[in-house]
Design a protein. Structure first.
Ligand SMILES: *[C@@H]1O[C@H](CO)[C@@H](O)[C@H](O)[C@H]1NC(C)=O
Ligand SMILES: *[C@@H]1O[C@H](CO)[C@@H](O)[C@H](O)[C@H]1NC(C)=O
Ligand SMILES: *[C@@H]1O[C@H](CO)[C@@H](O)[C@H](O)[C@H]1NC(C)=O
Ligand SMILES: *[C@@H]1O[C@H](CO)[C@@H](O)[C@H](O)[C@H]1NC(C)=O
Length: 430
């Protein structure tokens, strides 16, 4: 599963936009950027001009650092190359606050897909584009990211193919399944480089990285002594154990492949695996109920990756009915397709009920055709961000993280929400 490049637009651009509760964009906040080099010598950063999203804004591009000691710990990418991260130091009041972000990018669920991945950017640091653009929750600009702009930020790069959670190898084919070791080596490196002094920390990630967040959340919490505020944000990771359009369970078979091939079961909570199948325990809708650390679940109810990969992949859509553009653009869906998507949303809403009842949980399920909304600027915080009850995503996450208020937001069903940034894909890889 690999993410496609997207163009984006508001489906209903002429609709009235309710004002955001508090507006940060456009305020003339002055940011003093005093980069404390800390103890991280290899990390350097620079800003470039980019035309991303049609905006002419300077963008934070952060250089790549290999994880120290990874080789000795056997912490390697699928192809045996060394893993790494992109680090941008915190400053000012954020100097002791740490945001660790686990990169996403699907997974490999059988030998064939792992061999393919091994020769690409998500399986090898040879093939990876090393610099990383920090936007949304990762940007260092106060007006674009008011609560986290001055934190230390690390993007741990994804090259194991199993949500930073596998352990094993396929020696003959030269496949290393070392996701768990990569995660651990990265944390040990970061702790030694200043993260051990953190007074606040947030583990975050998108898509497969967001599943990794849920898998590692309690272990991440346990790295820090008690008074440290530690929470986790899962963005676009609520992969549902859904029925597909042929009546089968395609997503379940993908997950079964990932878990069994890469030995992921050992990281799953024993309180779950003692009673249930590892595949059941891996599914975020179940796993979130076993996480003890405060967790925020952010997901689109019409997550297009789940529609493409779980509901209507070509292999399940035997008569090709879903190749009418619906998987690429929700505006192309027929009434009967929308009905299926509404059922999917209902199941997602139901699946988070128990989780939502916990005081410490945060929830933001908006009725958009989207996937990962915290790491792109337009959905995280912009002039016209996605809203539920006038609340935007950056504020929702900030309010929950800093205990300013409880956030449990579930949108009304499609197409009621006129603030969505519905994506338009060119192709679906599934
Ligand atoms: C990062 O931004 C630069 C422009 O600033 C762009 O050329 C590049 O493709 C972007 N990289 C990624 C991975 O999005
Ligand atoms: C972007 O804006 C700056 C001023 O804000 C200007 O100097 C620069 O030429 C612009 N770049 C592009 C590519 O439009
Ligand atoms: C999807 O809808 C747009 C108009 O909203 C149309 O231009 C396009 O051809 C449709 N795509 C497909 C594959 O039907
Ligand atoms: C899915 O089927 C459509 C229509 O036949 C085709 O255009 C597309 O390339 C297929 N996608 C994949 C990943 O096989």
């Amino acid at each position: 599963m690999v993410m496609q490049e997207m163009e984006h637009q508001n489906v209903l651009p002429s609709s009235p936009q309710p004002p955001q509760q508090r507006t940060y964009l456009g305020s003339s906040a002055v940011v003093f950027i005093t980069s404390f080099a800390l103890l991280v010598p290899a990390a350097s950063t620079h800003t470039t001009l980019s035309a991303r999203g049609g905006n002419n804004q300077s963008q934070l591009v952060v250089e790549f650092t290999y994880i120290q000691g990874a080789a000795a710990k056997g912490a390697v990418c699928l192809d045996g190359t060394l893993p790494g991260y992109n680090f941008h130091p915190g400053f000012g009041t954020g100097a002791n606050s740490w945001l660790v972000y686990l990169e996403g990018g699907g997974w490999c669920n059988d030998i064939k897909s792992c061999l393919e991945r091994k020769g690409g950017p998500l399986g090898s640091s040879i093939h990876m584009e090393k610099p990383y653009n920090f936007t949304g929750i990762l940007t260092n600009k106060a007006q674009e990211n008011p609560d986290f702009f001055n934190w230390n930020k690390v993007v741990v790069r994804y090259c194991d193919g199993a949500c930073f959670a596998g352990e094993g190898e396929h020696e003959k084919l030269g496949l290393q399944f070392r996701g768990q070791r990569i995660y651990t080596a990265a944390m040990e490196d970061l702790m030694s480089k200043g993260m051990r002094h953190a007074d606040q920390a947030l583990l975050s990630g998108c898509s497969a990285g967001s599943v990794a967040v849920i898998l590692h959340c309690d272990a991440f919490n346990s790295l820090f002594p008690r008074p440290t505020r530690v929470k986790c944000l899962s963005d676009g990771g609520l992969f549902m154990d859904t029925v597909d359009v042929s009546g089968g369970h395609h997503m379940r078979s993908l997950v079964h492949g990932v878990v069994s091939l890469q030995g992921v079961q050992r990281i799953l909570p024993r309180s779950c695996t003692s009673r249930h199948d590892p595949v059941f325990c891996f599914f975020p809708q179940n796993l979130i109920n076993y996480v003890r650390t405060p967790l925020f679940v952010l997901n689109a109810a019409y997550d297009y990756i789940q529609i493409q990969a779980g509901i209507a992949p070509n292999i399940s859509d035997t008569n090709g009915k879903w190749n009418n553009g619906c998987k690429l653009n929700i505006a192309n869906c027929s009434a009967s397709q929308i009905k299926i998507l509404q059922k999917f949303r209902n199941r997602m809403v139901k699946a988070v009920q128990g989780f939502s009842a916990k005081t410490q949980s945060g929830l933001f399920i908006n009725s958009c055709f989207a996937h990962c909304q915290a790491d792109s600027q337009d959905t995280w915080l912009s002039e016209k961000p996605p809203l539920i009850d006038n609340l935007g995503i950056s504020l929702a996450v900030g309010d929950w993280y800093f205990d300013r208020s409880r956030v449990k937001k579930i949108d009304c069903p499609y197409p009621c929400d006129r603030t969505c940034h519905n994506r338009i894909s060119k192709t679906s890889p599934y």
